[in-house]
Design a protein around this ligand. Structure first.
Ligand code: BG6
Length: 520
C-alpha cells in the first residue's frame, strides 16, 4: 500500500433487498437429453459434470432429463457412472441428488469420424426418449478437441439428429477455440451453418458465466449515476488486466501451437471489453444485447503494421520463484518446443472509433506465471479541471478509479480523494468497495451452471454469435501477421512471478500513464 492511505469499508452487516425465492422461483428447464461429446475429458471432470450436478441440486433440471456421454474410451455404464460421480462435490446434503443424477447417466462409446457412432447414438436417444420422456429435445455439447467440431456437426446432420421439427429442439454448444484465425473461424461458421440455424448454435465463452462479468451490464445499465460519466468526457483510459499464476500445466502441446494472443484475446478479453464499452441494448433479449456487443467490437480501430509494432507487446516466461518455489521456464514445460517462440503474455493498446470512446485508449495485459491471479477492469477517470488542493501535501496524486474485479475476489471499488483527519489540510485516496461474498455469501458454483441452464431454456444472451467471434479475430489477425514475420528476438523476456516484460510498462509510459498497482 506504500504511502497511500486507505480507509477500508467499515459497515458491519451488509444490507440488501433480495427478492425471495418464492417471488422469483427458478424456471425448471424442460425435458431434454444432454449429449456430451468428449465425456472422458478434462472439461467434463472439472466443470461440466459438477455444473450439471449443481443444477440438479438446485432443482433446475427436469425430471425428464438424461445425460449421454460419448467418447472413444472403452467404458461400461457402471464405469462411466462411477467416473462422473467421482468428479462431483460430495456432502451429506447431496445423497439424494447424487442418486437422482446417477440414474440419468448413460454412455455410448464411439469414434466421432464413424457414421456408425451417430447411428447408434440415434437409437440410444430414441430409447431414452421413450424411457425418460425427454421428448426428442437434445443438447449436443462439443467438449472435444477443436478438430472434431465441424465433423461432429456434419455427422449430426447426416444422422438427422440436428433437425428441429414438431416442437422438438436441437442445440449444439461449441467450446473454444473457435478457429485459430479469422479465416478458419469463418470456415467453421460456414461449415456448421450448412447444418444448423444460427439460433441452434451456442458458442460458449466461460467468462460470460462469471458473476462479475454478467454484473457489468447490471452495474452500467441499472444504475442511473454511472452512465452520464461513462464516456470520453470523463474517462481518461481503461485498463484490463487478466493475470494468471499458473503456467501451461499439462496443456503444452495445445498451447505451443496457440499462444496467449489466440487463447485469451479474441474471446475472453473481447468479452470484457465489449461489455465495458457497449451501448445500452434496447432490451435484455439475446440479439438486442449481442447486437450492441458486436457493434462495439466492429468499432475497434483496425491495427496497421506500424500500430502493431507500437501498440503490442509479447512475452514468454522464463524460470523464476513463485510462492517460495523455483518454477521452470515455459520452454522447459512438457509438450513445449525447446526453442519455442510462442508468447505467454500479451499487452495491447486498442482504440474504439465511436463518439463515446474517441480518444480513450483501452489497454489490456494478459499472461501466465504472473505475480498474482487477478482479473479486473479499471476505469481511470480524468483529473479535475483544475487542482484546487495543489498546495496541500498529497500522499499520492490520484484520479478517481472504478475497478470491477472479476477474480479471484469478485468486487467493485471506487477510489476518490479525501481529507486526512488532522489540523493540516492533507489529501489522500480512499476506497469505497463492495464485495460479492460479503453480501451474497461464498459462491460454490463453477460458472458453467448458468451457461448450461441457459442452453436448456434456449436463452443465447450469454453466447457468442458468429459475427462477434469473427470481429474478435479481426482484431488479432493483424497482430498475428506482424508477429509471424518478425519473430521475437529475446524470449524468454520475463521472469515467472513478475508482472511481465518491461515493454508492457513502457507501452503505458509512452502515453504518460502506468499500470494500476495491484495489491496482494
Ligand atoms: C481458458 C484458456 O480459456 O481460460 C486457459 O484456454 C486459461 O489458458 C483459462 O488459463 C483462464 O480461465 P479462468 O477462468 O481461470 O480465468
Amino acid at each position: 500500500m506504500g504511502d497511500q492511505f486507505r480507509i477500508r469499508e467499515l459497515s458491519a452487516t451488509p444490507q440488501i433487498d433480495l427478492p425471495s425465492d418464492t417471488e422469483h422461483p427458478g424456471r425448471v428447464a424442460g425435458p431434454c437429453v444432454f449429449v456430451l461429446f468428449g465425456a472422458a475429458g478434462d472439461l467434463t471432470k472439472r466443470k461440466l459434470a459438477p455444473a450439471l450436478f449443481n443444477l440438479a441440486k438446485a432443482r433446475l433440471l427436469s425430471d425428464n432429463f438424461a445425460v449421454i456421454g460419448v467418447s472413444v474410451d472403452d467404458l461400461s455404464l457402471e464405469d462411466f457412472r462411477r467416473q462422473v460421480s467421482s468428479f462431483l462435490p460430495a456432502g451429506p446434503d447431496s445423497t439424494r441428488a447424487l442418486e437422482w443424477f446417477q440414474t440419468r447417466l448413460f454412455y455410448e462409446r464411439g469414434d466421432f469420424a464413424d457414421p456408425n457412432t451417430f447411428a447408434k447414438l440415434r437409437e440410444r436417444l430414441a430409447a431414452i426418449d421413450t424411457e425418460q420422456h425427454t421428448e426428442g429435445n437434445y443438447l449436443f455439447y462439443l467438449a472435444t478437441a477443436p478438430r472434431f467440431f465441424s465433423q461432429i456437426v456434419q455427422q449430426l446432420g447426416a444422422a438427422a439428429l440436428s433437425r428441429q421439427e414438431n416442437g422438438r429442439w436441437r442445440r449444439v454448444v461449441i467450446e473454444k477455440p473457435f478457429g485459430h484465425d479469422l479465416e478458419s473461424a469463418q470456415a467453421l461458421n460456414r461449415d456448421i451453418k450448412s447444418v444448423l440455424q444460427e439460433n441452434q448454435i451456442y458458442r460458449i465463452d466461460h467468462y460470460l458465466g462469471k458473476e462479475t462479468v454478467q454484473n457489468i451490464m447490471v452495474f452500467r445499465f441499472d444504475n442511473a449515476i454511472f452512465e452520464p460519466i461513462w464516456n470520453r468526457r470523463y474517462i481518461d483510459h481503461v485498463q484490463i488486466t487478466n493475470a494468471e499464476t499458473v503456467g501451461v500445466e499439462q496443456r503444452g502441446g495445445y498451447f505451443d501451437t496457440a499462444g496467449t494472443l489466440r487463447d485469451m484475446v479474441p474471446n475472453h478479453v473481447m468479452q470484457l471489453l465489449s461489455l465495458t464499452a457497449m451501448e445500452s441494448p434496447v432490451s435484455f433479449q439475446a440479439d438486442a444485447v449481442r447486437n450492441e456487443q458486436a457493434k462495439v467490437l466492429h468499432s475497434i480501430q483496425p491495427l496497421s503494421s506500424d500500430d502493431v509494432l507500437q501498440r503490442s507487446v509479447r512475452g514468454q516466461y522464463g524460470p523464476g520463484v513463485m510462492d517460495g518455489k523455483n518454477v521452470s521456464a515455459y520452454r522447459a514445460e512438457p509438450g513445449v518446443a525447446a526453442e519455442s517462440r510462442t508468447e505467454t503474455f500479451v499487452a495491447l493498446k486498442l482504440n474504439i472509433d465511436n463518439w463515446r470512446w474517441a480518444g480513450v485508449p483501452f489497454y489490456f495485459r494478459t499472461g501466465k506465471r504472473l505475480t498474482q491471479r487477478h482479473t479486473e477492469i479499471a476505469i481511470q477517470f480524468k483529473r479535475t479541471p483544475f487542482e484546487l488542493f495543489r498546495n496541500a501535501p498529497l500522499h499520492k496524486l490520484h484520479t478517481n478509479t472504478l475497478v470491477i474485479q472479476v477474480q479471484p475476489v469478485e468486487a467493485i471499488s471506487l477510489s476518490f480523494g479525501a481529507k486526512i483527519p488532522g489540523p493540516l489540510l492533507r489529501v489522500g485516496s480512499v476506497d469505497m468497495s463492495f464485495e460479492y461474498s460479503r453480501y451474497f455469501g461464498a459462491d460454490a458454483y463453477t460458472g458453467y451452471e448458468v451457461l448450461l441452464y441457459d442452453c436448456m431454456i434456449g436463452d443465447a444472451t450469454l453466447f457468442q454469435r458468429a459475427d462477434m467471434v469473427e470481429a474478435g479475430w479481426r482484431v488479432v489477425d493483424p497482430v498475428m501477421d506482424v508477429w509471424r514475420v518478425l519473430p521475437p528476438r529475446k524470449f524468454p523476456n520475463y521472469a515467472s512471478g513478475s508482472w511481465g516484460p518491461v515493454e508492457a510498462d513502457q507501452l503505458l509510459q509512452l502515453d504518460g500513464r502506468q499500470w494500476r498497482r495491484i495489491e496482494p
